[in-house]
Design a protein around this ligand. Structure first.
Ligand code: XBP
Ligand code: MG
Length: 251
């Protein structure tokens, strides 16, 4: 019988490739609408991803690169307003289908639901963004908890969001597996005592995932096999619950 009780998913970069063609574009649209000549290129945005959270990322950028342009007193309000506009643009991009799910995500979520495995979301992104994605592709009722953004004091790599999910679900870390895409996300889950499978993307593929149970290029499908980047796994082309069970039985 399976030991697993719940799968906890990160959103950005894990459920969908949201960063390059989603959040980044939305930040740039918000800058343009505010008549700021700021532009975050694909490569530069990769550097900015070291800062978790959209509001925190804007603040870092201003402090590092644009400190002379803006009045310090109104900075928090200014960032909040800019980020609200960014959220609006991001949701529009999701609505029009610019942000597809990653390979294997829908299959694994469907299998978990069929087998009575609980589902949860733990993301740094703002709640309206997480909800828009869940509403577009799934149904909020499928998830025991959708934990997002400012609901906890400290964002990833702090473990707060994962501790919150565990509390809300009344589960132990050993009951769950996390699916993440980034070093920050892995560190957050690991610090909460959770075992993590990482599916890398272009922004995260060179990061350190030595704490992960398994590192893949994506979750795979029967006809579109994954590549195993780190870890041992039975001979298969895609990650399903039986593979997760076999991983849990040896780790
Ligand atoms: C995601 C993030 C977020 C998004 C932007 O990290 O860092 O900040 O880039 O989202 P993770 P908001 O995948 O580890 O949760 O603008 O909504 O904050
Ligand atoms: Mg992520």
């Amino acid at each position: 019988m399976t030991k697993l009780k719940a799968l906890i998913f990160d959103v950005d970069g894990t459920i969908a490739e949201t960063e390059k063609n989603g959040h980044r574009i939305a930040f740039n649209s918000a800058f343009a609408a505010a008549k700021l000549d700021w532009h975050w290129s694909v490569n530069f945005y990769g550097e900015l991803l070291a800062i978790s959270g959209g509001k925190e990322r804007i603040r870092f950028y201003i402090e590092q690169y644009k400190s002379e342009e803006l009045p310090k007193e109104d900075l928090t309000n200014f960032i909040t307003t800019l980020h609200l506009a960014k959220t609006k643009y991001y949701r529009q991009l999701l609505e029009k289908g610019s942000i597809p799910l990653r390979l294997g995500v829908e299959r694994l979520i469907t299998e978990a639901r069929e087998q009575g495995i609980l589902l949860a979301i733990a993301t740094t992104s703002a709640l309206p963004n997480a909800m828009a994605l869940v509403e577009k592709f799934f149904n909020p009722d499928w998830f025991e908890v959708i934990a997002a953004g400012d609901i906890v004091p400290a964002k990833k790599p702090a473990p707060d969001i994962y501790n919150y999910v565990l509390q809300q679900m009344n589960l132990q870390p050993s009951d769950c597996i996390v699916i993440e895409d980034s070093y920050h996300g892995l560190e957050a889950a690991t610090a909460a005592g959770l075992k993590t499978i990482v599916t890398v993307n272009d922004y995260t593929k060179n990061q350190d995932f030595s704490n992960a149970l398994l590192v893949l290029n994506h979750l795979g499908e029967p006809e579109q096999p994954f590549k195993v980047i780190q870890g041992k796994i039975q001979d298969t082309s895609y990650l399903d619950l039986s593979v997760i069970d076999s991983l849990l039985s040896v780790n």
